[in-house]
Design a protein around this ligand. Sequence first.
Ligand code: UD1
Ligand code: CA
Length: 495
Amino acid sequence: MPKVAALHKAAAKAARRRSRAAASSSPAPLSVVILAAGEGKRMKSALPKVLQPLAGRPLLKHVIDTARELEPAAIHVVHGTGADAVRAALADEPVRWTLQEPRLGTGHALGKALPHIPDSHVVLVLYGDVPLISRATLTRLLAARRTGIALLTMRLDDPQGYGRVVRARGVVRRIVEEADASAAHRAIRECNTGILAAPARLLRRWLKVLSNDNAQREYYLTDVIARAVAERVPVTPLPAASASETLGVNDKAQLAQLEAAWRERTARRLMLAGVTVADPARLDVRGELTHGADVFLDVNVVLEGRVTLGDGVRVGPGCLIRDSEIGAHTEVFAHCVVDQTVIGPNCNIGPFARFRPRSALAAGVHTGNFVEVKNAALGADSKANHLAYVGDARLGARVNIGAGTIIANYDGANKHRTVIEDDVHTGSNSVLVAPITVGAGATIGAGSTVTHEVPAGKLTLARARQSTIEGWQRPCKRPAAQAEPVEHSGVKQTK
Ligand code: UD1
Ligand code: CA
């Protein structure tokens, strides 16, 4: 054989070897199964357990979001209790729904999803009521798995209620549920998180032969561990790094505990990113916060949905900000509600101001106490410092809304718009009946109710003229003898 051809042949052989090696080491496709059919009796709530909100998101949505980060071939959700409500609440999620009815245990639940998963896939089992499991831990679990089962465990000071991981000479032998545990088993502190990964092919075989011969008359998924051991299939235990991410939610007390864990985790992340948080235990972020440098968040601030805070923004105590944007160096004083509003830079907001959806403030706007703004745009440097309602309106620049000004936007049937041009001043206690336009530089006298266009640059008054009645006398009291007696608790009184 010519030398060059021989070299080619050898190279081709090596390439084939490399590709075979790559194929055998490349991970099998992943299918995630989330068990979420349980009743959640201990929640004592009309809302199915997996829809109970944690940080503003249903428990099950947390698990689905984390599962999606793993980019699996498919996510199957086994549901049962409140099936219609669960599917409706999470209708947009890219998951496959499998109904489990009746509910005969975790092994039975997984058995409902398995027919839809090919033999060649690795199955990762997650629980709809274990919401804080992290992608990092799941990635470690999948990497730790050899050919058999990888099992996520946790060490608890108070393991009550959890399945215990029974080891012999350090090797995992089986899992014993609390209800079936002997005193010796109950003393074990290594617990089953419920989360495991195993080939679909093996799970299918093992689930077929599960029995419900146990204290709860259920088909336990946990029994597959003893099966694997009996067949000498490797079981790789992986202790979770932190207990909080593997804790389950069974009642409202545990829900609050996980909310606290979430709060701590979120506040820590923000502080490490440079946000000053007055008290990490009193900040609730129920969504996504984007922030600049030197942001300050005082106690009891609640941020919901998508919130953006620019450089140097300060948010005072007790504020609720939802789906809004606040520009650089704006200060929001205590107890404001800001909902679907864009606030420009260098504004002063509150205390006690309320912004309803579709409001927009340009730079340098001041809105003070008991001012309500709805579907309104306020131009640069405009002010509404006290007691006002600004609804369905467009204000120009440098407008001054006097205390007690009301934009009467609603005629009892329809809403109408108001336009207030630049440099307008409205006097205290004026009512602007929409639809109306107030021309640039106009002044409206205090106490006016304006119902027609207000011309630019002039003073407009729309109120009764002040008058004084000469010779008028105050009424005086009648003499006591003429007063009528009044019956009161059986005692005659005169008033
Ligand atoms: C389960 C484990 C236990 C583990 C604990 C961790 C079993 C038998 N036990 O116990 O070892 O320590 O989780 O949190 O697996 N589910 C269904 N269908 C059913 C029953 C349950 O979908 O028929 C779902 C539930 O909605 C829940 C999950 O499976 O998301 C766990 O069920 P649950 O009844 O809470 O099991 P535990 O008693 O907590
Ligand atoms: Ca549980």
